[in-house]
Write a protein that binds this ligand. Structure first.
Ligand SMILES: Cc1cc2nc3c(=O)[nH]c(=O)nc-3n(C[C@H](O)[C@H](O)[C@H](O)COP(=O)(O)OP(=O)(O)OC[C@H]3O[C@@H](n4cnc5c(N)ncnc54)[C@H](O)[C@@H]3O)c2cc1C
Length: 371
């Protein structure tokens, strides 16, 4: 009514909250609906790579993430024979700031949520979309509380199992790649000033600092069914899987065995081959393109999506054309990342770590180019 454009965003995850802030900064009236609760984000950590920090910096949030997380610039890979190779990551937000950061997921979530609220975004929890209605130019949706919303733009940022994607009639088969990823929070070892990965004869593991005092240990278990294990067996089972590793991993294993904060997730990917936009609606983040965790870049793509979506909408009067331009700009980069992550998952399972390392490095360098 006041000439301001309005957006309804489904999903208050990384993509949804960054898109909300990016649009609100450009004067949009934004409402976010989130199916889960306010404190639903579980406690494992996340690596924010250079492109993530660059996109967060565009929203004025990189320094907050660095202050609440742990800045670092080197990945050290230790192969089966114990030989170390290091990857020096490009510093995309200036030589005086680190190349990347590790951060606890709830911390990142608090930063993104606080910024969205500061910018006037309204966030509703326990609410989702049940039906898309034919809109008169804009988007119209019926929500799960039986109310309807009309907005100029509808953003589906509701993750790899996106409901909006289904409602738009876009399919994206969720592919399981035979691996389960384990994560446990541990005290940060003094030597963990960057990411360390360790190849094993069956599985891979690694350590990522997320604050001065904490780190998470990840373990990628190969050749396993994506079953759910009872919470009580997670710590002893993860410690058992770490048992063949010696050296630095053996040092942190007792902390894993005692950890009460272990999560285990399937390595899976999804990619929407069809256009991600449909009239005034668009898919972003994992709803459109979900890579496997190996490249630690799903959040980077999600944050970039939010920033670039707002940029493209700012450039054009016509929302549909802006969404098409957004998809054109994003598709190749996101597809490359998803497919490279699939290749790396396969190389890891074939114990071809020496082939995987250069591919990971090349992908990080490619991602360092402007989005
Ligand atoms: C084990 C693991 C480790 C990872 N590690 C990293 C890493 O180190 N670095 C990195 O960059 N990326 C990593 N990723 C990838 C990263 O987590 C995702 O790419 C990122 O979270 C995608 O953000 P998103 O907002 O699109 O989706 P999500 O984070 O999944 O958020 C979607 C939100 O939508 C909500 N939602 C779902 N359905 C509905 C609905 N119907 N209505 C309303 N709301 C809904 C959900 O509750 C959620 O809050 C990892 C992924 C996994 C699985």
């Amino acid at each position: 009514m006041d000439g301001t454009c309005s957006a309804l965003i489904t999903g208050a995850g990384i993509a949804g909250l960054t898109a909300a802030s990016a649009l609100a900064r450009r004067g949009w009236r934004v409402e976010v609906i989130e199916a889960g609760g306010e404190a639903a984000t579980t406690g494992w950590g996340l690596s924010l790579t250079g492109p993530s920090l660059r996109a967060l910096d565009a929203l004025g949030l990189a320094d907050r993430c660095l202050a609440r997380g742990y800045g670092m610039s080197v990945i050290t890979n230790v192969d089966l024979e114990g030989a170390e190779t290091t990857i020096g990551l490009p510093r995309l937000i200036g030589r005086d700031r680190p190349a990347m950061a590790g951060i606890a997921r709830p911390e990142l979530h608090r930063i993104l949520r606080a910024e969205a609220l500061r910018l006037g975004v309204r966030i509703h929890y326990g609410l989702s979309v049940s039906r898309l209605l034919p809109g008169n130019g804009g988007a119209q949706a019926e929500l799960t509380d039986s109310t309807t919303r009309t907005a100029d733009l509808l953003v589906g940022a509701d993750g790899i199992r996106s409901t909006v994607r289904d409602l738009l009639g876009r399919s994206a088969p969720i592919r399981y790649h035979g691996q389960m990823v384990w994560r446990a929070l541990v005290p940060r070892p003094g030597w963990a000033t960057g990411i360390h990965t360790f190849a094993g004869s069956r599985h891979q593991t690694g350590v990522v600092p997320i604050s001065a005092s904490r780190a998470y240990v990840f373990l990628t278990e190969n050749g396993v069914r994506p079953d759910v294990l009872p919470d009580a067996v997670l710590a002893p089972r993860m410690a058992e899987l770490l048992a063949p590793f010696t050296g630095r991993v053996a040092e942190i294993r007792p902390h894993v065995a005692r950890s009460g904060s272990i999560v285990r997730r399937p390595v899976q990917t999804a990619f929407v081959d069809a256009p991600w936009s449909d009239g005034p609606s668009v898919l972003i983040g994992d709803a459109a393109h979900a890579p496997s965790p190996q490249l630690a870049s799903g959040a980077a793509l999600a944050i970039e999506d939010g920033v670039i979506l707002a940029e493209e909408l700012d450039r054009r009067q016509d929302i549909r054309k802006a969404l098409e331009a957004f998809v054109d700009r994003r598709r190749e980069r996101c597809e490359l990342l998803v497919e490279t992550s699939v290749t790396i998952a396969a190389l890891e399972q074939a114990q071809r770590h020496r082939d995987a390392y250069p591919l990971i490095e090349a992908c990080h360098r490619r991602m360092a180019r402007p989005a």
